[in-house]
Design a binder for this molecule. Sequence first.
Ligand SMILES: [Ca+2]
Ligand SMILES: [Ca+2]
Length: 143
Amino acid sequence: MRVKIVVAGALALAACSRADEPGAEEQAALANYVPPFVMSRLDFGGVVERRFRRLDVNNDDRLTLNEMSKRLAPRFDEIDRNKDGAISNEEWSAWMMTRFDGQDINHDGIVTSDERERARELHEADLPTPADEPANAAAPARN
Ligand SMILES: [Ca+2]
Ligand SMILES: [Ca+2]
């Protein structure tokens, strides 16, 4: 009996709050909405280049360990293929494209959210997404 009352009360409360805040549910749905991720190898090349520029704080065309993000720092030695203590644009692109290809499970040159998810399950990946790279990152800072 008590259980029934509690359930009825919860339902009434839910109905009530829904009435108080119309659209709250839709707002929550929007907030949790993740657009399907589709990126071509070509687009990814642009993301890779922009990311390199953004990471290269002192603009010397090399990424040093202190310019790496926390997520990338543990990979530094792996990316720095010739072990000269700096990551060149070439080394960066090679590594990033290898990661892209690793996620492109069906090798059609496009990584979809589905492939990304599956690749993530296989190995922890940190491929940058368009969300990581604001659209205005490519635009000049000022004109
Ligand atoms: Ca640098
Ligand atoms: Ca190097």
